[in-house]
Design a protein around this ligand. Structure first.
Ligand code: ZN
Length: 77
């Protein structure tokens, strides 16, 4: 079955959900384990990140060290 109309529905819906997901991810607050600095990672960082678990190896914007940054669930900086 080849239905172009179905594709026209699926593509925008996928894009919308993708944007919502990216927007939600960029709200996540991370804590640097080296200096304790709290920061938000831009959404595009997730495109480069191979990790899908809760802790991510990221570069801290304050001390500049690459380390495992822990997700903070209170979402406040
Ligand atoms: Zn740091």
């Amino acid at each position: 079955m080849n239905n172009p109309l179905l594709l026209l529905i699926i593509i925008p819906v996928t894009l919308i959900f993708g944007l919502l997901f990216a927007g939600d991810m960029s709200k996540t607050v991370y804590t640097c384990q080296c200096c304790g600095h709290r920061f938000r990672a831009p959404w595009y960082k997730f495109l480069w990140n191979a990790h899908y678990d809760t802790d991510k190896i990221m570069k801290c914007p304050k001390c500049g060290k690459r380390n495992e940054c822990v997700i903070s669930y209170d979402q406040k900086l």
